[in-house]
Design a protein around this ligand. Structure first.
Ligand SMILES: Cc1cc2ncn([C@H]3O[C@H](COP(=O)(O)O)[C@@H](O)[C@H]3O)c2cc1C
Ligand SMILES: O=C(O)c1cccnc1
Length: 342
């Protein structure tokens, strides 16, 4: 059982946690399923909202789903692979954007304010880039576990929802490499333009991603090996947070390509590892829709966004809130004196 006071020290301890994941609260779900047909609407007429309230209740462990305390945490990490010229922006942007988050000037600040979500920023050893994964594994076992354990500390019991967001120049290369390692295909299937690279840079980035998978092939035996070899610290932190959320009964709304790549390493270890996660939006980064399909999920919104930071998922929070409000606060046929079906 996960104990936040004793964070895991190595990846095998995280593998042991993954073997021990709690399930949804079936009593809470049964209560939701019993109440739903009593509400003043034709059965099933709220479509996916009904799925969301059932999902929230099951993973929060309550018959009345809450959406008053959603939290977005932006994990910031620095990537050695940037030395290969795979991004349109320099790595100096990472620290500058962290300051921007703190000063309230980023897109995620405005979206969180507008959807009434708490925003936190956590630097994951931001001043030290990971190793360049085109040359050597991005992290060692303990370093990867440490970043995951740090991510676990973003989760508190009592949160109603968690959105893992990220800031890390170069991290769409990691996301592409993770997806390529986990699902195969061609590197080009998974590699996109990230911050907006030109054609020549896209060719280079695709080669970096493809070659890295060949380089590390013999030491990538499971999802956590993939994370260690071609991931990054903010990606590891997101993966850790997703695990901790499961133990703390906090449902998770995944964001874009990078957030979902972090989640995918867990699904590769056990397919039900992401049952407490939904995908908030589908990013314009082309690999993301493929990745969502591999995860067997369906995004809440498709707004053509490709920013990261947790922005697309944060924007979808009001849909979950509406689902919870409908389930909790609609009148029943009995109470409202509305006639039922003939
Ligand atoms: C100003 C700025 C703000 C951002 N916020 C998120 N990202 C996003 O872009 C980066 C990934 O793209 P790539 O792999 O092409 O570097 C990540 O930092 C991601 O969070 C940003 C990027 C920039 C430039
Ligand atoms: O989909 C994402 O998460 C994404 C896309 C582009 C740049 N950064 C993140």
């Amino acid at each position: 059982m996960f104990n936040p006071k004793h964070p895991p020290q190595n990846l095998d301890e995280i593998r042991a946690l993954l073997a021990d994941l709690p399930s949804a609260d079936s009593e809470a779900q049964a209560a939701v399923l019993q109440r739903e047909p009593t509400l003043t609407k034709p059965a099933g007429s709220l479509g996916r909202l009904e799925d969301f309230s059932l999902w929230l209740a099951g993973w929060q462990g309550t018959s009345r789903p809450n959406m008053s305390r959603p939290r977005v945490t932006v994990f910031a990490g620095s990537h050695g692979v940037v030395a290969q010229g795979v991004s349109a922006f320099p790595a100096t942007v990472n620290q500058q954007m962290v300051e921007n988050f703190i000063n309230g000037g980023a897109a995620i600040n405005q979206i969180c304010k507008s959807v009434d979500a708490e925003l936190r920023v956590m630097e994951v050893a931001l001043e030290i880039p990971t190793n360049d994964f085109s040359q050597e594994p991005a992290m060692d076992d303990e370093g990867c576990a440490e970043a995951m354990a740090f991510g676990m500390s973003a989760i508190e019991k009592g949160l109603d929802l968690f959105v893992p967001g990220e800031m890390g120049i170069g991290n769409t290369s990691s996301a592409a490499a993770i997806a390529h390692a986990l699902y195969g295909g061609e590197a080009a299937d998974w590699t996109g333009r990230g911050t907006g690279i030109d054609d020549e840079t896209l060719i280079r980035k695709t080669r970096v991603v493809g070659d890295a998978i060949i380089l590390h092939k013999n030491q990538m035996h499971d999802g956590l090996d993939v994370l260690r070899c071609v991931g990054g610290r903010e990606i590891a932190a997101m993966a850790g947070a997703i695990i901790a959320a499961r133990f703390a009964r906090v449902p998770v709304l995944l964001d874009g390509y990078v957030s979902c790549a972090a989640a995918a390493v867990l699904a590769a270890i056990r397919p039900d590892a992401l049952d407490h996660c939904l995908v908030g939006h589908v990013s314009a980064e082309p690999g993301h829709s493929r990745l969502i399909e591999k995860l067997g999920k369906k995004a809440l919104i498709d707004f053509g966004m490709r920013l990261g930071e947790g922005s697309g998922a944060a924007l979808a929070i009001p849909l979950l809130r509406a689902a919870a409000e409908c389930h909790n606060n609609m009148a029943t046929f009995d109470k409202a004196g509305v006639d039922g079906k003939d």
